[in-house]
Design a protein around this ligand. Structure first.
Ligand code: SAM
Length: 316
């Protein structure tokens, strides 16, 4: 199945022209499988020894010295061996796209902090936040969908998370219920998942329409305002999506800045790879606040999915 025509036309206007063809080809290609050690149950050395004993060929993902240890990739054909391994069943590793690991790494929660994951299921990022907090402090994980909520709970328990408190509720109401309560907030917003489109999985893109993108944008705006209300002065909020659409990325941030711009700043993000792009300065008639330029759009390759991230700080 081919990509939706309107999506391709829009993508061409979003990403750098010279990279467009390479980006389009990533939707056809099988992705390498990446995973990370679950630091609540193992260490990089212990996991590597387990993988070697199980004869699973892996490669370390090495970015730079300060950037995440214990991240690995294997060829797609070895995935079954990995998912049949004791380390997988014992929750000592977690299969996750690299783009998804970057969000918790940027938010950088510390032990003993109060942290909120406002759209949490199935919980890949919540698990990593708990690992970085060393299972201390207070980690609230919110999820609206009942089915996904129970998947989140199962994931947290099988991976040894003990500092998380889970809530099946609408993230849009959290800011009013818990004003200025959290040191760090992750809003990995529900989105049209454009960066997850795969031409060999028609279901991945069958629900996409421009109308859906615009509807999702409204939900994202309200979630972002709620997240901002729940953030302590001096606290940090990471907004991210796995979509390319500016309506789902720059626009909700613009909406927040128009309402609370005097109370927040954005923090420049540096990532240890080159397949990135600055946020757009304008889209259609909308001109975006200069501060949004501190965010980043990750452009997809055969190893990493597309992603958008912007880190905000509430003024003290
Ligand atoms: N952070 C998750 C992870 O890494 O595993 C993925 C989150 S996914 C992008 C967005 C989630 O938000 C979905 O599970 C969706 O059901 C949930 N969601 C949608 N609307 C919501 C709302 N109003 N409040 C809270 N969660 C919501």
């Amino acid at each position: 199945m081919s990509l939706p025509e309107a999506f391709v036309e829009r993508l061409e206007k979003i990403v750098p022209r010279e990279q467009f063809e390479a980006i389009i080809s990533t939707f056809d290609a099988p992705k390498q499988v990446t995973f990370r050690v679950n630091t609540l149950k193992s260490t990089p050395n212990e996991l590597e020894a387990e993988l070697e004993a199980a004869k699973i060929p892996y490669e370390r993902v090495v970015w730079d010295t300060e950037f995440m240890e214990g991240v690995y990739r294997i060829a797609p054909e070895d995935k079954l061996r990995l998912t049949s391994s004791d380390a997988f069943y014992g929750g000592r590793l977690y299969i996750q796209n690299l783009a998804s690991m970057i969000a918790p790494w940027i938010l950088a929660p510390k032990p003993e902090e109060t942290v909120l994951d406002l759209a949490a299921a199935p919980g890949g990022k919540t698990l990593m936040l708990a690992g970085m907090m060393e299972n201390t402090g207070w980690l609230s994980a919110v999820e609206l969908s009942r089915e996904r909520f129970f998947r989140l709970r199962d994931n947290l328990s099988s991976q040894g998370v003990t500092n998380a408190h889970t809530y099946m509720t609408d993230g849009r109401s959290v800011g009013k219920k818990c004003p200025e309560m959290f040191d760090r907030i992750l809003l990995d917003a529900p989105c049209s998942s454009e960066a997850r489109f795969k031409t060999h999985e028609p279901k991945s893109m069958s629900f996409w329409t421009i109308h859906k993108v615009k509807e999702t944008s409204k939900l994202q705006r309200r979630l972002l305002l709620s997240a901002f209300d729940a953030l302590k002065p001096g606290g940090k909020l990471l907004y991210c999506t796995c979509s390319f659409s500016p309506e789902e990325n720059e626009s909700p941030l613009q909406h927040l800045l128009e309402r609370h711009g005097e109370h927040l700043t954005t923090i420049p993000l540096t990532l240890p790879f080159n397949n990135i792009q600055k946020p757009l300065q304008r889209w259609g008639k909308e001109v975006f606040d200069e501060r949004i330029q501190n965010g980043v759009r990750i452009l997809p390759t055969d190893t990493i999915d597309g992603f958008f991230l912007c880190l905000l700080e509430k003024k003290g």
